[in-house]
Design a protein around this ligand. Structure first.
Ligand SMILES: CC(=O)SCCNC(=O)CCNC(=O)[C@H](O)C(C)(C)COP(=O)(O)OP(=O)(O)OC[C@H]1O[C@@H](n2cnc3c(N)ncnc32)[C@H](O)[C@@H]1OP(=O)(O)O
Length: 468
């Protein structure tokens, strides 16, 4: 039983009092000294009942403290006492309520923002007095004072006992699932007041449902944009009414807009070089998007790169010839799209070959970029180089492009893996058909200087760092 060292009768002229942020009973009348005394005693009562409630619910710290109540301007605590019991009277129950702005799901799963929604925040009747109707008495007093109805109350993380209490006394059983700790019951959103944006208990903010989009200020909407509810939702919301406005409505449906996310989700994203390659490639080839004509500058870069690579097709250079079909950057469509098994690029870390077998270094190497970024060969590139092109991570541009996975590519790892050594190889089982296309032994093992292998390819070992 909760008794105190002081007499509670002056604080409880009636069995149930309510206390707000002033920490004074609503019935309190007194001078300044009495006011300070009452505040101190009331703080002690609230803290002790709040602690008992927390223990009863198995919480690590109390939901209700005098300090919290003092700091809040929209919370009220109802205290139930038996002033005649014991020497100084007994405090037997506590009910804390308040209003909250909540994002809630309705029965259809749509997000709604409820402002000043009535909430049951803490409820406790001393163990020795439970199941004696005191809880109901306290709750009924609160409903009357606040002019709330049980159905319109959201309940903050209710215990099993409270769920049973609400079920027994108010028939509240069927809940509406929520993403937060609050529990609502079916009917929470029902009534004329809610549907036109106002309710006696709580206030639904003027969230719109325009053009079939459910637009709220909820985190979901801000992150992912408005939810398109479809025409069915519009039919529902219009109640089946079809008048001259329906044409206008259908035209509005066309204007589906998306709320731009803001905050860090709205921040410009770093360009994805792989996406640039893919989109620019399909756009230029005319195979992917139908050639909208709206090309980004990065797309132009890629097209330019493709053009330059084309010029390098001569000779035994493998990358241009092999990469073009993969990247779809050749502007002119192939007359014969027969899916012949082309020499594929297989990159394996090979074992070092004897130097004597090393073919003559090619005189022309694919990427001008390889020359433009290496050592003494540094010179202005023939095209606009972005960070994606020239950054250390992307330095081996040709290799990066070549290893884009495709159905035509497989990785031959039969040979020993030496870190940092790249071999351009054939898929397993493929025979060399033409010396001009033989790249089986086109491997680089030793940097001959300037970051190039003695064949002139980029040596990954040279460029390796931990961040690569
Ligand atoms: C948002 C929150 O505050 S959640 C936390 C709620 N508080 C707690 O769980 C603390 C411990 N419990 C209590 O303090 C009380 O049981 C209260 C406040 C929930 C209800 O107060 P009571 O004075 O017992 O309520 P009252 O006597 O008016 O109603 C009794 C009904 O409450 C429910 N109830 C009360 N105690 C229990 C219990 N131990 N087990 C199951 N149901 C219970 C039952 O429906 C009971 O009806 P029944 O006896 O016919 O089964």
């Amino acid at each position: 039983m909760v008794d105190f060292r002081f007499d509670i009768k002056p604080l409880f002229p009636q069995p149930i009092i309510k206390v707000a942020s002033s920490l004074l009973p609503h019935t309190f009348r007194g001078d300044r000294r009495q006011c300070l005394d009452a505040t101190s005693k009331m703080s002690e009562i609230i803290d002790q009942l709040g602690q008992l409630s927390a223990v009863s619910q198995g919480l690590s710290k109390p939901v209700t403290t005098a300090q919290r109540l003092r700091m809040s301007d929209n919370q009220t605590i109802y205290l139930l006492a038996d002033p005649e019991a014991g020497t100084n009277g007994l405090v037997t129950g506590l009910l804390k309520v308040g209003t909250k702005d909540l994002y809630l799901f309705d029965e259809k799963g749509q997000t709604r923002k409820m402002e000043n929604s009535p909430s049951i925040l803490d409820f406790y009747v001393h163990e020795t007095r439970q199941r004696a109707g005191l809880g109901k008495r306290l709750f009924e007093t609160m409903l009357k004072e606040e002019e709330w109805t049980p159905l319109k109350c959201s309940v903050d993380r209710p215990s099993e006992k409270l769920l049973a209490f609400l079920g027994k006394h108010y028939g509240l059983v069927r809940t509406i699932p929520q993403a937060n700790n609050f529990v609502l019951y079916e009917g929470f959103f029902n009534d004329g007041a809610t549907s036109n944006g106002q309710s006696r208990n709580g206030h639904e903010s003027p969230l719109s449902q325009k053009n079939g989009l459910h637009i709220t200020n909820s985190p979901n909407t801000q992150l992912f944009g408005a939810t398109y509810l479809g025409d069915e939702a519009n039919k529902r919301s219009s109640g089946g009414r079809r008048d001259s406005g329906s044409q206008q409505q259908s035209s509005l449906l066309q204007q589906i807009t998306q709320i731009s996310p803001n905050g860090r989700y709205g921040a410009p994203r770093p360009t994805c070089s792989m996406a640039e390659i893919i989109h620019a490639g399909s756009g230029n080839s005319g195979k992917g998007g139908g050639g909208s004509g709206a090309e980004s500058s990065s797309g132009n870069d890629i097209a330019e790169i493709a053009a330059q690579l084309q010029h390098l097709q001569a000779g035994d250079h493998y990358s241009v010839h092999d990469l073009q079909p993969e990247l779809e950057i050749e502007p002119e469509p192939q007359p014969d799209p027969e899916p012949e098994p082309e020499p594929e690029e297989v990159y394996t870390p090979p074992s070092p070959p004897p130097k004597s077998h090393t073919p003559t270094p090619p005189t022309v190497r694919s990427p001008e970029r390889a020359e433009s970024i290496i050592g003494d060969n540094r010179k202005p590139p023939a095209f606009q180089l972005s960070k994606q092109h020239t950054g250390m991570k992307n330095r081996s541009f040709g290799v990066g492009m070549a290893v884009m996975p495709s159905s035509k590519m497989e990785f031959n790892q039969q040979e020993r893996e030496d870190f940092g050594v790249v071999k351009i190889n054939r898929p397993l089982g493929n025979e060399i058909t033409s010396p001009g296309h033989d790249n089986t032994d086109a491997m680089s093992t030793v940097s001959s200087g300037g970051g190039l292998t003695d064949q002139g390819y980029n040596d990954l070992k040279f460029y390796h760092n931990k961040l690569w």
